[in-house]
Unconditional design. Structure first.
Length: 455
């Protein structure tokens, strides 16, 4: 039969799961359960991995007034002999300034989304005149330069490399306002006080006349001495190496020896050669004797030391070759031409700024150096063309990097073989048996007898 609605439950009936607790009956934290109280059937388990010391809970009588971060630790189980059994946390906390502790460790409340939206909207409004990526780059550059927009503009206007060093000029090259950006900023100049950091920076730069051109001049002035020194060294290296190879009498004797031996080896099988390509120099150290114990280069080195002592040490004449074989002549000439164009640009700016002492003094000094470099370049090209043609090469088709490397590699192999032979001779001398005292006496006696027999 169905149970009548509203009928009271039978005594001892289990409590229905999910029944709400009576309001106003908070459960005390850490309060121990009544001994022997039966656990209601079906109630959810709230047991912890370890038992809580009720006496320990009594000592912690304070709670924080703000939300603090959790300290993640591993708790120990309570037992009578625990190291922590006599801890009185209350007396410890009484000695502390908990308000200061709470102030330092409280969890800051994150701003609501509406507040964040306002901040973002304000930021977007302040950057609306420039592209966001462009504005971000402009702010990064200004902060690295560490000068106000007006000071930067003043330094560029006066080509002041004292306040604005070269590295800062290089950065500013990435922040040249385009014509469209300049027009936009100037059109809103009546709202200058509302400009963001990037807009204000680019606005002052756009007011500098010939801003991009002046930055280029500043960079050229700041790097001129270093660039001139590097170019001069490369020009000198190629010029000196060209004349050294072409005019060396001792190198010519060595090459004549190689030519004579080569024609002798090839006689009967190939026609006589009046000369050989410089690429063939590597073959000298690759041609082996019949027993493969030494090469043609070993024979040439021995021959020079035995029969041509005036040629010993001839490789010392070519100290510039290592620098010359690193030069790309085409790039070198183009860079020198670019230097002359930049100097012409400085001259044009000097005529526009008659009272700019920086530009005026730099041009007078640089013009003399560039003129001297031009004369050295002419001599270099003449010398390189002459040495290439002397060896049957086209100077327009072979770079110094390749031409001088053939000689440099040959000289390296020559010096290497020379050292090997010197070390071998030193070892042989040390291993040769010396004369004994008795042998020396016998040799002296024989010499004296021969001398006496002559009379």
């Amino acid at each position: 039969a169905p149970k009548a609605p509203g009928a009271p439950k039978a005594p001892g009936a289990p409590k229905a799961p999910g029944a709400p607790k009576a309001p106003g009956a908070p459960k005390a934290p850490c309060a121990p359960k009544a001994p022997g109280a039966p656990k209601p059937p079906g109630a959810p388990s709230n047991t912890t991995p370890h038992k809580i010391n009720p006496d320990l809970c009594k000592t912690l009588t304070r709670t924080p007034k703000v939300k603090l971060p959790l300290l993640h630790w591993s708790a120990v189980k309570h037992n009578g002999g625990s190291y922590w059994k006599d801890v009185d946390m209350g007396s410890v906390l009484d000695k502390l300034d908990l308000s200061n502790f709470e102030e330092q460790f409280k969890i800051k409340v994150k701003p609501s989304m509406s507040g964040v939206a306002k901040i973002i909207k304000k930021k977007v409004d302040s950057l609306s005149l420039l592209d966001q990526n462009r504005a971000r780059n402009a702010m990064i550059i200004q902060r690295r330069v560490a000068l106000s927009p007006t000071d930067v503009a003043k330094c560029v206007e006066q080509t002041d490399l004292g306040e604005l060093p070269v590295w800062a000029v290089e950065l500013l090259h990435g922040c040249v306002p385009s014509k469209e950006e300049s027009d936009t900023l100037l059109a809103h100049s009546e709202k200058l006080k509302e400009f963001g950091e990037a807009e204000l920076f680019c606005f002052h730069l756009s007011k500098v006349t010939r801003y991009d051109r002046k930055l280029g001049i500043m960079h050229f002035i700041g790097t001129f001495d270093e660039q001139f020194s590097r170019l001069s060294q490369q020009v000198s290296a190629v010029k000196d190496a060209s004349y050294a190879v072409k005019d060396s009498a001792r190198l010519k004797k060595v090459l004549e020896l190689i030519l004579a031996l080569g024609n002798y080896m090839n006689s009967g099988r190939k026609g006589l050669a009046s000369g050989f390509k410089i690429q063939s120099l590597s073959r000298v150290s690759e041609t082996h004797s019949g027993d493969y114990k030494f090469t043609l280069l070993h024979f040439i080195v021995k021959t020079i030391h035995a029969n041509m002592p005036e040629l010993v040490g001839f490789t010392m004449e070519f100290s510039k070759l290592d620098d010359a074989k690193k030069v790309a002549l085409k790039d070198l000439v183009e860079e020198i031409q670019e230097t002359k164009k930049n100097l012409d640009m400085v001259l044009d700016e000097r005529d526009k700024q008659r009272d700019n002492f920086v530009i005026f003094s730099f041009y007078n000094r640089a013009q003399r150096k560039v003129k001297r470099l031009g004369e050295q370049t002419r001599q270099m090209l003449e010398g390189y063309e002459a040495v290439c043609k002397a060896f049957g090469e086209n100077p327009k088709r072979i770079e110094p990097q390749e031409f001088f490397k053939f000689f440099s590699d040959f000289f390296f192999q020559f010096d290497k073989v020379e050292k090997e032979l010197a070390a071998s001779m030193s070892t042989e001398k040390k291993s040769a048996p010396g004369l004994t005292r008795e042998t020396s006496k016998n040799l002296i006696a024989e010499a004296m007898m021969r001398h006496a027999s002559m009379y």
